[in-house]
Design a protein around this ligand. Sequence first.
Ligand SMILES: [Zn+2]
Length: 259
Amino acid sequence: MMQIEHNFIRALHFIRHHRLHAPDKPIHEVYQSSTINALLEGFYDGTMTYGQFRKHGDFGIGTFNGLDGEMIGFDSHFWQITADGRAHTGPDEYQTPFATVLFFNPHIQQKLEGPLDYPGLCRLMDGIIESANLFSAIRIDSRFHHIRTRSVSRQTKPYPPLTAVTENQPVFDLNEVSGTLAGFRFPEFADGMNVPGYHLHFLSDDRLTGGHVLALEIEHARLAIDDTTNFHIELPTDASFLSADLGGNRSDDIEKVEK
Ligand SMILES: [Zn+2]
């Protein structure tokens, strides 16, 4: 009996290890340019194009050159939600100072029944994710009673810090709408590199509007989660980045700009 249990546990370990590190597939990793602390500090000049990002993922979130709106990507499309709340298909040559993508390959899929608000959704997902110490990509296709999003407007130099930009962020409220949420949950130890905890963007089913999610109430939804152990980051190499002070705990600033 003990031997059978032992073999079963070994088999589970093999399945998990094989899924996270499948040797016969392209590397399954989160791919990101720059860091959240650099974005907070006002580093809004694009360092990579979305065409380049496409080689590293078909799913993700981010922003655009000069902080020109919010990005949401899924089903191999990258959309731009500009400061007027409108969604556009973002051309591949658009640059971004900060984006996070991966090839979405969910291993957890389940139905969610509402009503669920944002904190309730996060608590529910806390009980579903494999571990709080992995990188989790999240997609939720949902009917919403309500969703509140925001976008950001294109900035000119000298760039203000992100906390100053989001003080005047345009906010959009939508009622009885269907759409897709895409984003990530990063562990607490990702602080400084990305946003610890949940960070989701929205695009409506009619592909007309969306943004960074501030609040929601789900009627019913389908949840899909894809965990990975791999995180690849490409840092800018310009002199201003190389000489900037990007350390320190900025969780108060992150709370301000994300929530
Ligand atoms: Zn966002």
